[in-house]
Design a protein. Structure first.
Length: 75
């Protein structure tokens, strides 16, 4: 398994927490709203090395989109 993934699974919840006794909670209450603006795209390993997080990917794509828009205006 991936070390990062293992770290995510090792959360700080204690074994004595019994969520089955909680009332009023709604599973996935905001899931639809969250997913409306999110697209999950898998990067190839070589690309992922260059862009380690979402922020760096978004910055690169914004810069590329500006270049494309300028090129289209000139053409």
């Amino acid at each position: 398994m991936n070390t990062e993934y293992d770290d995510e699974l090792n959360d700080e919840l204690r074994d004595e927490y019994d969520f089955s006794q909680m009332t009023g909670g709604v599973r996935g209450k905001y899931a639809k709203q969250y997913h409306e603006g999110v697209k999950l795209i898998m990067l190839e390993p070589d690309v992922a090395k260059m862009f380690p997080d979402a922020k760096s990917v978004n910055e690169a794509l914004r810069a590329l989109s500006k270049i494309i828009q300028q090129y289209q205006k000139a053409a």
